[in-house]
Ligand binder design. Structure first.
Ligand code: HEM
Length: 156
């Protein structure tokens, strides 16, 4: 009965054009490019959310001034990039986050990214993880999750 009343009320008060509700915050884990690792050991090795936040901030800050790849980031939404990368890394590392970003191929479409650019970003990520004192073993586990995404990111 309540549902019927609500449905009638909704039908009686159409939303004026231009005032349509925005899309709800969409979690789209399937877009994250890989599945999470099992367990929480890797999440702990990355020092959990504060560690991942520091690594992503350090990675993005390095990448946008890295003369090898800085040009690719010009004019892009860096605030969104930091947010979605933090979500993606947390998701992949078993931190239990939801990923709300686009899929990898769509995100990097038309950016002209080449293998050398991919390698430069990995280099920046390794520096960011080392600065956070993540062990080489744990670093390699994240890199192993990211490596297969190369085919979606690099343009041929
Ligand atoms: C495995 C490697 C990579 C991962 C996991 C990754 C992850 C991401 C994520 C999560 C986003 C945001 C998606 C969204 O906005 O919904 C993104 C966007 C972006 N990425 Fe990557 N990325 C990778 C490689 C690269 C490389 C190698 C470059 C350039 C050297 C790059 C440059 C960019 C740029 C410029 C954007 C913003 C594009 C836009 O907003 O339209 N990415 N990436």
């Amino acid at each position: 009965m309540l549902a019927l009343i609500l449905a009638l009320a909704a039908a009686a008060t159409p939303v004026p054009p231009g005032e349509q509700p925005v899309d709800p915050y969409a979690a789209a884990d399937a877009n994250a490019g890989a599945t999470p690792v099992a367990g929480q050991r890797l999440w702990h090795a990355f020092h959990e959310q504060p560690g991942v936040d520091r690594i992503v901030d350090s990675l993005v800050s390095r990448a946008i001034v890295d003369p090898r790849i800085a040009e690719i980031f010009k004019g892009q939404d860096i605030v969104r990039l930091r947010r979605t990368l933090k979500e993606q890394f947390c998701y992949l590392l078993g931190g239990g986050c939801r990923y709300s970003g686009r899929e990898m191929a769509a995100s990097h479409h038309n950016l002209g990214i080449q293998t050398k650019d991919f390698n430069a970003l990995v280099d920046d990520l390794q520096q960011a993880m080392s600065r956070e004192r993540v062990s080489p073993f744990a670093q390699n586990r994240l890199l192993a999750k990211l490596a297969p995404m190369k085919r979606s990111v690099v343009e041929r």
